[in-house]
Structure formats: structure tokens, C-alpha cells
Write a protein that binds this ligand. Structure first.
Ligand code: IDP
Ligand code: MG
Length: 169
């Protein structure tokens, strides 16, 4: 009996932990220039994900190099940093059940030519070097990226009024 209760609570807390998963999403300079920031935010809002942090900034080269550190050896790396540093960006943190994986699905493939219609990249852009949006590829990456772009204080704790209409429990 106690075992069953404990198992229930452990399942419950696992579900709660999953519900609190966070991802780092960023509208890139082309998305800002093309005036589709609102459209992108709307997709995440309408899905039911919860906004935790958002800012509008012109990222330094140093920050962008840290953000894309794992791609430093790629031939497109200098072009990527130039592109990302060519104008302001909108970094954000979104929270929800499986938000990292679902967020990637909402973005579509890295190359818009391979992104399914209905995805953000599939619907709104054409080339890999102008693919308008970034999204973390794993929970660990998300945590690293969130800490790189936001301070702990900038991550806002709040309870959306619609929460019980988005989640069963
Ligand atoms: P992701 O953004 O889908 O996670 P990554 O492989 O992590 O894709 O690459 C980061 C970013 O680098 C891409 O979103 C894109 O802007 C750029 N990029 C990736 N591959 C190429 C390429 O072959 N040519 C130009 N830019 C590229
Ligand atoms: Mg990536």
C-alpha cells in the first residue's frame, strides 16, 4: 500500500518535473527585420507553452560565439556569427511538457528546404543561412543556453490562469 502511494507520488513528481521543462528559443535578426516576431511568439502561446523570459537585444559577437561554440569548426561559422550579429534578436525561455522536443518540431528542420509545411521554418523562410529562429536541441543544451542568455532573476515564476485548461493535472 505504502509502495503504491510512493509509486504514485514519484510518477506525479516526474510528470511535474517534465511539465517544468524549459527551452531556449530565439528569433534571429532576419525574423526581427521581417516583422514576424509576433507571429512566432503567437505559435508558442497558442500551443499552450508558458513564457518565462524574453528580451530584445543586439547580441555581442562574443556571446554569439559562446552560443554556437560547438559549430566553431564549421566552414559556415564566420558567416553564421556575422548573420546573428547583423541586427537585434529576441531571446526567450518557454516552459511546458516536453517543450524542448516539441519546440524543435514546431521549428522544423534546420534547412527550411527540408522543413515540413506547418512548421515555423517550413512556412516562413527558404534558406538555411536565413532560417529566422533558434531552438535548443536537448534539455542539457537548453539549460546551458538559458544560463548564457538570462540571469536567474530574469526567469519569471508565474502561474498562467489557463493552466488547468492546458494540462489534465
Ligand atoms: P539548428 O539551428 O536547427 O539547431 P544547427 O546545426 O545547430 O541547426 O546550426 C545552427 C545554425 O547554423 C542553423 O540554424 C543555421 O542558421 C546555421 N547553419 C547550419 N548549417 C548551415 C549551413 O550549411 N550553411 C549556412 N548556415 C548553416
Ligand atoms: Mg542547434
Amino acid at each position: 500500500m505504502i509502495g503504491t502511494v510512493l509509486a504514485f507520488f514519484s510518477l506525479f513528481s516526474e510528470a511535474m518535473a517534465a511539465a517544468r521543462e524549459r527551452t531556449f528559443i530565439m528569433v534571429k535578426p532576419d525574423g526581427v527585420q521581417r516583422g514576424i516576431v509576433g507571429k512566432i511568439i503567437k505559435r508558442f502561446e497558442e500551443k499552450g507553452f508558458k513564457l518565462i523570459a524574453l528580451k530584445f537585444m543586439w547580441a555581442s559577437e562574443d556571446l554569439l560565439k559562446q552560443h554556437y561554440a560547438e559549430l566553431a569548426g564549421k566552414p559556415f561559422f564566420p558567416g553564421l556569427i556575422n548573420y546573428m550579429n547583423s541586427g537585434p534578436v529576441v531571446p526567450m525561455v518557454w516552459e511546458g511538457l516536453n517543450v524542448v522536443k516539441t519546440g524543435r518540431q514546431m521549428l522544423g528542420a534546420t534547412n527550411p528546404a527540408d522543413s515540413a509545411p506547418g512548421t515555423i521554418r517550413g512556412d516562413l523562410c527558404i534558406q538555411v543561412g536565413r532560417n529566422i529562429i533558434h531552438g535548443s536541441d536537448a534539455v542539457e543544451t537548453a539549460n546551458r543556453e538559458i544560463a548564457l542568455w538570462f540571469t536567474e532573476k530574469e526567469l519569471i515564476q508565474w502561474k498562467p490562469a489557463i493552466e488547468s485548461w492546458v494540462y489534465e493535472d
